[in-house]
Design a protein. Sequence first.
Length: 97
Amino acid sequence: MTGPLPDTIWDYWADRYEKLWAQHFSLTPSRELVHERLAEVAPEGARVLDAGCGVGQFLGESAERHPGWELVGFDPSRGMIDRARRDYPGPGIDYHA
C-alpha cells in the first residue's frame, strides 16, 4: 500500500467494497429484504437512518424508490462516507462520519 495509512480498515476497503464477492451473494439480497420491509412500515415522508451505511448503496436505492423519505447515513469510516457522497448522492440524503 502506498500513501497515508487509512484511519480504519473500512477506509482501506472503501474503494474496493463493491467488488467483494459478498456484494452479489449476501449484501444485495439482504438490502432487498430491508427495502421490502421498510416499504411496509415506513410512511411517505419518513426519516430513515442507515447506521453503518458504508458506501451508501442502500440509501441511493432508497432515494430512487421513495423520493419522499428523508435519508440519513452514518458511518465511522470517512473513506466510506466520501464514496457514498460521490457515488450515491441524491436529494434527501445526508451523510455523516
